[in-house]
Design a protein around this ligand. Structure first.
Ligand code: OXD
Ligand code: MN
Length: 624
C-alpha cells in the first residue's frame, strides 16, 4: 500500500475516501495526502459537486461565520477585516530554482528558502479546522483551453466563491488522462478571529511554478486566495509560454455591429479601471470580465473565458448606470457580497449606490456608525472601496451564448486601457500588430486603485494590465506576443482606450457612457466600415463618424468642440511617456526585444517631426 493511501485512509471517512479514490489519479491522492500531513486538519471534506456537497459548503460557510446570511435567502456577506482588503503584491512571491532569474520587475525568492517558509507557515494551520478539497476546470470542459485544478482550502468562503466563479470539475477529473497537466492550489486562512485572518503580517502567496503549485497563507481576501483566479493565472502564463499561446488579464465580449453582426473583443485594463463596466456596456453581450486564454486554432485567433462568474467591484454600481448587474444583485441568484455594510433589515449597502448613506450597520470594522474612525484617526467609510460581489454569469441578461463554446470565439480586436489623465486620446487604433503590442500593450501605464494594497492614484507602469501576474521575464512575455501575431495570417486589430482624460481644470472630458461609442467605432474599424485619421501614434476617429454613433446609440448631439478637446494630440505628454517607458525597459528589462526599441524610437521621431512642423497640441484637423 502506498504512503499516500495510508495517510488518506487514516484521515478520511469512508465516504470521503470513496469520493477521492473515484478519481483514478495518483498525483491527486498524493497532493491531498501531503497537504494533510502538513496542515493537519481535524477533518477532510472531498466535494464531488453534487447538490448535497455544494450546499454543504455554502451552509458551512454560514455556520462558521465566514459568511453572514441576508434577508434574501440566496445572499450572504463575507468580511475581510481591516487589514486584508486587497491583493498583496509585495507578499506575492515567485519561488525561483537555483540559477533562474525572472528579472527586476517580478518579486522572487530562492525556491528552497521559500518552500521552508511555506512549510513553517502551513504546519498545523488546519489544526481544529476542516480541509475542503475541490476539483475545477479553467476554460470550457474538454476543450483545447481546459486546465484542471485541484483546490485545497480551509475556508468555506473560498470554496463557496469558487463554486460561483468556476466550472465544476469533479466528473472531469474522473475521466482525465493520467498525463494531463494539473494546477495545484493549497490555501489556509491561518488563525481566525471573528472568522477573519489575523496573522496578516505573515500573509503570503508563494508560487512554486516548478511544481505548478501555489500556496496562499494567512489571508482570505479573494484576490489572494481563490486559487483559480490570479494564482492560476500566474501558472497559466508559464504554460502559455511553453505552448505558444497567451493567458491574459482581459475581458471577452461581443460588440454588436450593424445587421446583428457580433465581433468579439478582448480588453485588458488594470483592476478598477473599467474592465467589467466595458464588458457590460448596453447593447452588447459578455463572455467574461477578467481572464481570457487566446489560442491559434485553425489559423485564427480564438479566445475563451477562463471563468464562469464575476468577482466585481461593487462601488458605484447603480440602477441607472449598471442595470444588468443591479438586477442580478437584486434577484434570487446566489450572490456573495464582500465588505459591504449590512443594514438592520439585513440588506447590503455599498458606496455610491445611488441612495442616501445609511445611518448604521455592520461592516468590515464591526459595528459601524457615521463618523467612526480607525486607530490612525481616519474615518471608516460604511463600506470598503474595494467591496465586491461574487456571482455566476448565468443570470446576466446580456450573457453571450458562446460562453461554453469548445473552440472559443474568433477575436476581432484587442483593447488596452488604463487610468491616464493627460496623455492618450479616448480611442485609437494601432498601425499594425507589432505597433499595438509595443506602444499600447507593453507601454500601458495606469494610476493605482484600491484593488491592490498601497496608495491610490499613483501613475505606474502596467504593461498589458498583466504585470502583477506575469511569471516569466517581461521581455520574453513581449516576444511571445509579437510571435503570436506573426504566427497567424489575420491578426486582431489592436486599440487603446482612455476613459480618464481630464482638462486643465481637472475635470473628466468624457462621459461614463461614451465607451459605448468607442466600442461601436472599434467594431466598425475591424471590418473596415469607416475610415480614420492617421496621427503619429495611430488612427483616430473622424468627427462625422462619431457624431453619427453618438446620435444613434446615445441620442446625444456630439459637438465638434468635445471632439477637438478629446482628440487633441498632446505631443509633449506623449513624448514624456515614451521617455518613461524606454527608460524602464532599458534599466530593468534586459531581455527586451530589439524591435521594441525600434518601434518606440520611430514613434518618437514621428512626434518630434510633427511638433517641429505643426506645434505641440494638435487638433485632429491638423492631420485630416
Ligand atoms: C480582480 C483584480 O479582482 O484584478 O480581478 O484585482
Ligand atoms: Mn482582475
Amino acid at each position: 500500500m502506498s504512503k499516500a493511501l495510508d495517510v488518506l485512509e487514516t484521515a478520511l471517512t469512508e465516504t470521503n475516501l470513496r469520493k477521492l479514490l473515484a478519481i483514478p489519479n495518483y498525483s491527486v491522492h498524493r497532493f491531498v495526502a501531503e497537504a494533510i500531513n502538513l496542515c493537519k486538519p481535524m477533518k477532510v471534506f472531498i466535494c464531488n459537486d453534487t447538490k448535497m456537497d455544494t450546499e454543504y459548503i455554502r451552509r458551512t460557510a454560514i455556520a462558521r461565520g465566514e459568511e453572514t446570511p441576508l434577508a434574501n435567502p440566496y445572499h450572504t456577506v463575507h468580511f475581510d477585516g481591516l487589514h486584508d482588503q486587497a491583493r498583496d503584491k509585495e507578499s506575492t512571491i515567485y519561488l525561483v530554482p537555483e540559477g533562474e532569474n525572472l528579472g527586476e520587475q517580478l518579486t522572487q525568492m530562492n525556491r528552497e528558502k521559500g518552500l521552508k517558509i511555506v512549510q513553517t507557515r502551513l504546519d498545523g494551520s488546519m489544526d481544529n479546522k476542516k480541509m475542503v478539497v475541490r476539483f475545477f476546470c479553467l476554460g470550457p470542459l474538454d476543450s483545447p483551453f481546459s486546465i484542471p485544478v485541484v483546490q485545497i482550502t480551509d475556508s468555506f468562503y473560498v470554496a463557496h466563491s469558487e463554486d460561483l466563479l468556476y466550472r465544476r470539475g469533479y466528473e472531469y477529473f474522473r475521466r482525465l488522462a493520467d498525463d494531463k497537466e494539473i494546477f495545484w492550489m493549497l490555501h489556509s486562512s491561518g488563525k481566525l478571529i471573528h472568522s477573519v485572518s489575523t496573522d496578516w503580517k505573515k500573509r503570503g502567496v508563494m508560487i512554486d511554478y516548478k511544481e505548478n503549485t501555489v500556496y496562499s497563507m494567512n489571508t482570505q481576501y479573494a484576490g489572494n486566495t481563490i486559487g483559480l483566479k490570479k494564482l492560476a493565472l500566474r501558472l497559466a502564463i508559464r504554460k502559455a509560454d511553453r505552448e505558444s499561446w497567451l493567458a491574459e488579464h482581459m475581458f471577452l465580449m461581443a460588440v454588436h455591429g450593424p445587421s446583428q453582426r457580433r465581433t468579439y473583443f478582448t480588453g485588458a485594463f488594470p483592476s478598477g479601471c473599467g474592465k467589467t463596466s466595458t464588458s457590460m456596456v448596453r447593447g452588447n453581450t459578455i463572455v467574461g470580465d477578467d481572464l481570457t486564454y487566446l489560442k491559434i486554432i485553425d489559423g485564427k485567433v480564438r479566445a475563451a473565458n477562463v471563468e464562469r462568474g464575476i468577482f466585481g467591484i461593487i462601488r458605484s454600481i447603480t440602477q441607472k448606470d449598471d442595470p444588468v448587474i443591479w438586477d442580478v444583485l437584486h434577484s434570487n441568484q446566489p450572490t456573495i457580497f464582500s465588505n459591504v455594510l449590512i443594514t438592520e433589515d439585513e440588506t447590503p449597502r455599498w458606496l455610491d449606490d445611488g441612495n442616501e448613506p445609511p445611518s448604521g450597520g455592520i461592516n468590515y470594522s464591526g459595528e459601524w456608525f457615521p463618523g467612526k474612525i480607525d486607530k490612525n484617526g481616519e474615518e471608516i467609510p460604511y463600506a470598503h472601496n474595494n467591496a465586491r460581489y461574487t456571482i455566476g454569469l448565468e443570470g446576466l441578461a446580456n450573457l453571450d451564448d458562446a460562453l461554453d463554446d469548445l473552440r472559443g470565439v474568433e477575436v476581432g480586436g484587442i483593447i488596452y486601457g488604463g487610468r491616464d489623465t493627460n496623455t492618450w486620446v479616448p480611442v485609437q487604433q494601432s498601425f499594425d500588430w507589432t505597433h499595438g503590442v509595443v506602444t499600447m500593450g507593453a507601454s500601458l501605464e495606469s494610476e493605482t486603485t484600491f484593488a491592490t494594497l498601497g496608495p491610490s492614484g499613483v501613475r505606474k507602469f502596467q504593461p498589458f494590465s498583466n504585470l502583477d501576474f506575469i511569471s516569466i521575464p517581461l521581455g520574453k512575455y513581449i516576444q511571445n506576443h509579437l510571435d503570436f501575431g506573426n504566427n497567424v495570417k489575420h491578426t486582431p486589430c489592436i486599440f487603446s482606450v482612455n476613459y480618464f482624460l481630464k482638462d486643465k481644470e481637472g475635470n473628466y472630458i468624457s462621459d461614463k457612457l461614451d465607451k459605448m461609442v468607442w466600442l461601436k467605432w472599434m467594431e466598425q474599424r475591424v471590418h473596415g466600415d469607416v475610415n480614420a485619421i492617421k496621427t503619429p501614434t495611430g488612427y483616430i476617429p473622424i468627427y462625422e463618424d462619431l457624431r453619427e454613433l453618438f446620435k444613434c446609440h446615445l441620442d446625444k448631439e456630439y459637438s465638434r468642440n468635445e471632439y477637438n478637446s478629446q482628440f487633441t494630440i498632446r505631443i509633449p505628454e506623449l513624448l514624456e511617456k515614451i521617455d518613461r517607458i524606454e527608460s524602464i525597459y532599458r534599466r530593468t528589462v534586459p531581455d527586451t526585444p530589439r524591435i521594441f526599441f525600434d518601434v518606440l524610437i520611430e514613434q518618437r521621431s514621428r512626434l518630434l517631426e510633427t511638433q517641429h512642423d505643426l506645434g505641440k497640441y494638435l487638433l485632429p484637423s491638423a492631420f485630416g
